[in-house]
Design a protein around this ligand. Structure first.
Ligand code: PGA
Length: 245
């Protein structure tokens, strides 16, 4: 794993955007894996700015998001479909038909899991997956204890995840308790992974990732098994940690 240390959230967002833009320019038909949450918002802002200023085109790009809440239709402000449209897709020239997010509001969720996993395979897999990390080490919504062999599946969210995400809802009771997420094995199949880590509240998770063992009790640790992972972490997250690259 290569670790790039940056000053702060703004620099992390800028570096991450530059990284993605370079990949899109090299391969305009790239398959991008995208993440939601607080961490990538600044990165998406930078992508939009660059698109407006420099005309980087996403017309032929296909995207796959990691996860979606169960029970929220795409029109719901807290769904990840809504988030992606608002934070990125509506402001660049991407074809919305090429943006894929697991559906959280259909009857047969087991079938949706298989459909989504299959869809990624049919497109030849993800070239570059953007990831955040939960303070409990989750990636996507793969909570501690998830099998490293998991593919897209339904999860019950950890209480710590529900509490962490309550900031986006009016009340903690409104946070869905279940989600559909790409599995750990699905994520690891990506050819390349870019993990973004910002803030003191992620320091312990980053420390475990960099210096701890590979174990299903800490899902992100599996990234050590992947041959091409870049971590962009800001000072608040990295301060005082032993960083082996
Ligand atoms: P955050 O979430 O970006 O909102 O901190 C990251 C995650 O839970 O994966």
């Amino acid at each position: 794993m290569k670790v790039i240390e940056v000053k702060d959230y703004a620099e992390m967002s800028q570096k991450a955007a530059e990284y993605i833009i370079q990949k899109v320019c090299q391969n305009p038909r790239i398959k991008l894996g995208l993440a939601t949450g607080g961490t990538p918002i600044g990165t998406y802002k930078n992508l939009i700015e660059d698109h407006k200023k420099n005309g980087t085109s996403y017309q032929n790009v296909t995207t796959f998001n990691l996860d979606e809440y169960i029970g929220l239709p795409g029109e719901n402000k807290n769904s990840y479909r809504y988030y992606m449209n608002e934070q990125l897709f509506n402001h660049i020239d991407i074809n919305l038909n090429k943006t894929n997010i697991p559906k959280g509001d259909i009857k047969d969720m087991e079938a949706e899991c298989l459909r989504y996993e299959d869809l990624i395979s049919k497109h030849g897999g993800i070239d570059l997956q953007i990831l955040g990390i939960g303070s409990n080490g989750h990636i996507g919504f793969n909570e501690p204890g998830t099998s490293f062999n998991s593919i897209t599946h339904i999860v019950k969210l950890a209480q710590s995840t529900i509490n962490a995400n309550a900031r986006f809802f009016n009340r903690v009771e409104e946070v869905p308790t279940k989600a559909i997420t790409m599995g750990i094995s699905s994520i690891l199949k990506s050819k390349e992974i870019l993990l973004l880590v910002s803030g003191e509240n992620k320091k312990e998770a980053l420390s475990k990732l960099l210096n701890g063992e590979i174990n299903e009790s800490f899902p992100a640790s599996v990234l050590k098994n992947h041959p091409c992972v870049t971590i962009i972490a800001d000072k608040a997250a990295v301060a005082g940690l032993k960083v082996h690259s």
